[in-house]
Write a new protein. Structure first.
Length: 132
């Protein structure tokens, strides 16, 4: 029997995934990390991007998260996402339009706070397109 780790992906809207996985990949604040069963305990912040869950049988499910936190225990991984959606449910046209609007906003903003917000929105749109 292969070793697995329990994975929960939740957001303010509710639980989006719960199940067993052989491997989990997440966009940690310092770069992508991989979590296998019996991983050492870990708590880290997540940036906007794709969380990939490999289930037994080599099936892989993808989710887009808008940032959040990740907790790893030896037998469980919990993703507490600001926003979360299954990658297959993302609208490519809407993501392309969001990227275009964010690029325009980055070019037009002069205030540092507004520029930072526009850049963050651009990063979220690009992360959605990668997940698609």
């Amino acid at each position: 029997m292969a070793h697995t780790i329990h994975v929960d992906i939740v957001s303010a809207a509710g639980q989006i995934f719960a199940g067993e996985a052989s491997m989990v990949f997440a966009p940690a604040s310092e770069g992508e990390i991989g979590i296998a069963p019996r991983h050492a305990p870990l708590l880290t912040m997540l940036k906007a991007g794709e969380v990939r869950v490999q289930t037994e049988g080599a099936d892989e499910q993808s989710f887009f998260i808008g940032g959040g936190a990740l907790e790893v225990q030896p037998n469980a991984v919990t993703v507490l996402a600001d926003t979360a959606v299954r990658a297959k449910d993302l609208d490519e046209a809407a993501a392309l339009e969001a990227r275009r609007r964010a690029e325009d906003a980055v070019r037009e903003k002069t205030d540092k706070i507004e520029l930072a917000e526009a850049q963050a929105e651009l990063l979220r749109a690009v992360a959605q397109l990668r997940a698609i």
